[in-house]
Design a binder for this molecule. Structure first.
Ligand code: 5GP
Length: 212
């Protein structure tokens, strides 16, 4: 492999937003379009929604099993969101990073804070804002996967999630999905070019200099 293509340091790209701001759609588009980034599949005690696949959308586990994973320190971060527990399995993230792969996280502000403590230098945090409160409500209702009382509770909690926007490195207002995906891709491209992530660059530069 030519020296300018050698492994770089993988990054942890966190996407957070209130439910319904389009984060899951953006995450899926990013994963489908870029082979160098993989999705971290969280464990959760929440029951599956219609159409959700175990092992793909989440690892659905019992509260007891979740507790065991916490005790065995198998989770990189974990939090209670709404009425359920969510957490990030440590193993797949460590494997991906070791292989120079980036990892995408769809987690809330609590998870983002914990990852900041654990992996500050490898972390890039992006917050997705909806264009308005009305649009957020409309998207939650259109999703129609959740009962109406769940939608109402999520609206009530959106304010709390949004209040953490200033803890993030980048803010995207999701007016148009096509524009938002371009913006996330630009962030990923620029962050990959950071000197500190191009770990083998000094050897590459030496090779150029020796040829001069
Ligand atoms: P949902 O139930 O709609 O799939 O997710 C609810 C919230 O939990 C979302 O804000 C999502 O980002 C967050 N979430 C999903 N997985 C994790 C996780 O592993 N850790 C944390 N901290 N939050 C998560």
């Amino acid at each position: 492999m030519p020296l300018d293509e050698v492994q770089r340091r993988g990054m942890l790209l966190v996407l957070s937003s209130p439910s319904g701001a389009g984060k899951s759609t953006l995450a899926k588009m990013l994963i489908d379009s870029d082979p160098n980034i993989s999705m971290s599949v969280s464990v959760t005690t929440r029951p599956p929604r219609p159409g959700e696949v175990d092992g793909q959308d989440y690892h659905f586990v019992s509260t007891d099993d979740f507790g065991l994973m916490v005790n065995r320190q198998e989770l990189l971060e974990h939090a209670k969101v709404f009425d359920h527990h969510y957490g990030t399995p440590r193993g797949p993230v460590e494997n991906a990073l070791a292989n120079g792969q980036d990892v995408l996280f769809d987690i809330d502000w609590q998870g983002a804070q914990q990852l900041t403590e654990a992996a500050r230098d490898d972390l890039v945090k992006v917050f997705i804002l909806p264009p308005s409160k009305q649009e957020l409500e409309k998207r939650l209702l259109e999703r129609a996967q959740d009962p109406i009382d769940v939608v109402q509770s999520r609206m009530a909690k959106a304010n709390n999630e949004i209040s953490h926007w200033a803890e993030y490195d980048y803010i995207i207002i999701n007016r148009e999905l096509s524009e938002a995906i371009l913006q996330v891709t630009s962030i990923l491209d620029a962050e990959r070019l950071k000197r500190t992530r191009q770990t083998h660059l000094s050897d590459f530069v030496k090779q150029i200099q020796e040829g001069l």
